[in-house]
Design a protein. Structure first.
Length: 221
């Protein structure tokens, strides 16, 4: 895989209107050019890991965890975001199929990706029955759920499947992530909830918190 450009991922949706903000179209062009370059060098290992870590972390912060829940109002106004999310996941998919993924030995990045992708899966699930004839089939919003889920599972499998004893920390990390999800699930099932909407938080207690009503457009991340 080739090196990304020297600059990190351009700021987009989640950046307040300021001097550093760029249009999502610019970010989309940046990511597509990176995918095309990486596809030509598919057998080349990552040369500049810090740049890739910065970029993937930026996509997690700006894209993966901020996909909106489906609504009839949003259906006709989110094409740009749908496309950007698809292409951003393609970048992550490229990075995840290296012989030594960029997040190897990067526990904080793995935890961030796990939470953001899980949030994306939750919101993308609400689009499974949506219809959108204005986008190409490979950018259909109904396929975001399966794409995000497959990448999330692939990351966990990579962490769990290492045959090397020195990489046992990766398996411990995967077990920790899955244990936290099980604990969260038990909290949801065993604790009556009287107030909604809720923020769902991994890696912290309590897992369930009352969310401000203005945060219901996107999943908690």
């Amino acid at each position: 895989m080739s090196d990304p450009p020297s600059s990190c991922v351009p700021a987009t949706f989640q950046t307040p209107n300021g001097e550093d903000a760029v249009a999502p179209k610019q970010l989309l062009e940046f990511l597509r050019s990176l995918i095309q370059k990486s596809a030509r060098d598919v057998n080349t290992p990552v040369h500049d890991k810090p740049s890739w870590v910065t970029m993937i972390s930026g996509l997690a912060d700006q894209v993966y965890g901020y996909f909106p829940y489906f609504s009839s109002i949003k259906q006709s106004t989110t094409n740009e975001r749908i496309t950007l999310t698809h292409v951003s996941l393609d970048v992550l998919d490229h990075a995840s199929h290296q012989s030594r993924p960029i997040w190897y030995d990067m526990d904080d990045l793995v935890k961030k990706l796990f939470v953001r992708l899980l949030a994306l899966c939750v919101s993308a699930e609400s689009w499974l029955d949506a219809t959108n004839t204005s986008l190409a089939d490979h950018l259909d919003p109904t396929t975001l759920y399966s794409k995000a889920t497959n990448i999330l599972v692939h990351i966990l499998v990579q962490l769990l499947a290492s045959p090397f004893q020195r990489e046992i920390s990766q398996r411990i990390l995967a077990h920790s992530l899955l244990r936290d999800v099980l604990d969260l699930t038990q909290d949801i099932l065993n604790t009556p909830q009287d107030e909604f909407p809720l923020d769902i938080r991994l890696y912290s207690a309590p897992h369930l918190r009352r969310a401000p009503s203005n945060k219901v457009d996107t999943p908690p991340a």
